[in-house]
Every structure is written in structure tokens, then in C-alpha cells.
Design a protein around this ligand. Structure first.
Ligand SMILES: [Zn+2]
Length: 131
């Protein structure tokens, strides 16, 4: 006993969860942002912004400010495996209203479980189509 289907389900979902790489760019995000990429925009050797294609598949590029004297501000954590974590969660208040945590290069939706599973599948399928 002890092993629940729920645990197995989330283990499988974590294996399938697409991993975003981190790419450092000078001055600005490329006009055609690639999926599965977190862009870190550098200026004078300092990261000041991050950007990524919205993982919901809506095609919008999301920008997250890293400058502490501007609001809202995110904290960027670099990991040894070249993935990144953003804190706090990304919450779009307009457009697609995507709300997710970005941890270790992976997207974790803030939604009830059923809805989150649906969004995981959409993200997976959207990336398959583009590759
Ligand atoms: Zn979106």
C-alpha cells in the first residue's frame, strides 16, 4: 500500500514536463523567441530582465523585470544544470491570464488539478508541433 495513483500521476507528469533552457542575450529578446527558452537580457554584464514565450501557447512574449527598483520585480535563480527559477509566480492579469510557477526550468500551473493537467498537455503538444 502507500503508493497512490496520484503520486504516480504526478511523477509521470514531472518526467513529461518540458524543460526550458536558459539563454543569455544582450540588449533585447530576439524578435522570434524560441519556445522552451528563458531569455535573460543582459546589460553591462548585469541581468535586468527575463522573457519567454507564454507557455500556454497564446504566442505572447512575457517579460519579467529583474531590477529591484521597479515593480513588479522577479528574483532569478540560476541552477548548476543551467536551468533557472523565477520567484514569485508569473500571473498575467490580461490576455490569456496564464498563472504559473517557473521552477528549475519547468512550468507548474496554478490551477485546480484537472485544469493544470489539461494545460500540461497543451504545452506538450504545442512544443511537439514547433519542433
Ligand atoms: Zn498565454
Amino acid at each position: 500500500m502507500g503508493v497512490s495513483f496520484r503520486r504516480i500521476g504526478s511523477w509521470i507528469r514531472n518526467r513529461l514536463r518540458p524543460r526550458f533552457g536558459t539563454e543569455y542575450v544582450e540588449a533585447d529578446v530576439p524578435s522570434h523567441a524560441r519556445p522552451r527558452t528563458l531569455y535573460v537580457v543582459m546589460e553591462d554584464g548585469e541581468p535586468w530582465s527575463t522573457a519567454m514565450l507564454c507557455p500556454c501557447g497564446c504566442g505572447e512574449v512575457l517579460h519579467m523585470n529583474l531590477l529591484p527598483d521597479e515593480r513588479p520585480v522577479w528574483h532569478l535563480i540560476h541552477h548548476d544544470d543551467s536551468s533557472s527559477t523565477l520567484h514569485p509566480s508569473v500571473n498575467r492579469i490580461k490576455g490569456c491570464r496564464a498563472h504559473f510557477w517557473f521552477r528549475g526550468g519547468r512550468v507548474y500551473w496554478c490551477a485546480d488539478r484537472c485544469e493544470a493537467l489539461w494545460k500540461d498537455l497543451r504545452l506538450l503538444l504545442a512544443l511537439r508541433r514547433k519542433v
